[in-house]
Design a protein around this ligand. Sequence first.
Ligand code: R5P
Length: 309
Amino acid sequence: MKPIVFALPGNEAFLTALGASIAFEPGVLETRRFPDGEAYVRIDTPVEGRPVAVLCTLAHPDPVFLTLWYAARTLRELGAARVGLIAPYLAYMRQDRSFQPGEAVSSRHFAALLSSAFDWLVTADPHLHRYHALAELYPIAAFAVESAPALAAWLRANVHHPIVIGPDAESEQWVVAVARKAGAPYLLLEKSRRGDRDVVIRLPDLDRARGRTPVLVDDIVSSGRTMVEAVRELVAAGMAPPVCVGVHALLDDEAHAALLRAGAARVVTTNTIAHPTNAIDVSSRFAASLAACFAATPAGAERRSRGTP
Ligand code: R5P
C-alpha cells in the first residue's frame, strides 16, 4: 500500500521533486481562510489505515502553523496509520537558549507542539548549534538529512578551483562535509552578532585561499547580513567575487540584492524553501529516511530520535 503525501500550498514543487525518488500517492486537501481569517482544512483523500505525511516547509511558520496542525489532527481522526511531517526547512531552531532573562526557548516549545501532532519528522540540515541532535529536542523519531553531498556535487560541476568558507564557527559542521566531498580546502571566518541585522566578520590569514574561488557556505541565509559582511571583507582583502551558497533560502529580495551589491558573484540555494536562487535539488536526499518512516508500523515505531534511519 503506497503512502500518501499531502502538500500544503507552496510545497507543490518539492512534492513533484520528491516523486522522482520515492513512490507515494499525492493526497488531496483543501485549505482556505474564513472571512475572519480563521483556517479551514478538509482532507479529501481516504487515509484509513494508510501511512501518511504532510509536506510543509517551515519558513515563516507562524501563518501556516494552525493549518498544518489541523491537517495532522484531522488525518489522525480519519484513521491514518501514522502521520509524519516532511519539513524541508525546520523553523525555530535558532532560539536554543534563553539569551536574556525571561526569553522563551522557542526551539523547545515548538518541538513539543510538533511532537504532539506528528509521529515522525524528516528535515534537512536543522540548525544544530547548542543542541547536537534533534533527539535532544524531539521525542518523536526525527531524521536530519544532509544536503552536503548535493552542495558538493553542485560545487564540483560549477565552480573552478574552489575554497569553501564558513562565515562562523558553527558553520564548521556543514563546511567540512561540503569541502571533503568536493575535494576542496576550507577555512572558517569569525563572526560576532550584535543584533538581528548587525554582524561583524573577521578574516583569518587568507594565504591558502589566494588564487581560488571563495565559496561561502551557510545553513541559513535570512537577513543576509552574515553573508553580506563576509563577502565585503573577502572582496576588500582582494579575493575574487565569492559564490554564496545557502541551504535554506529565508532571504527576501532586498537581502538578495544587498549580497550582489556587496560583490557576490552569485547566490545559490537548495529547494528546501522555494526561492528564485534555488539551483540545488536536495529532494532525493530525503528518500532513505522517508522510506524507513513509511515502512515503520505503529507497534514497531521507534519513539526515539535518530540522525539517520
Ligand atoms: C546562524 O548562526 C546561522 O548559521 C546563519 O549564519 C544565520 O542564521 C544567518 O542569518 P542572517 O542571514 O540573518 O545573518
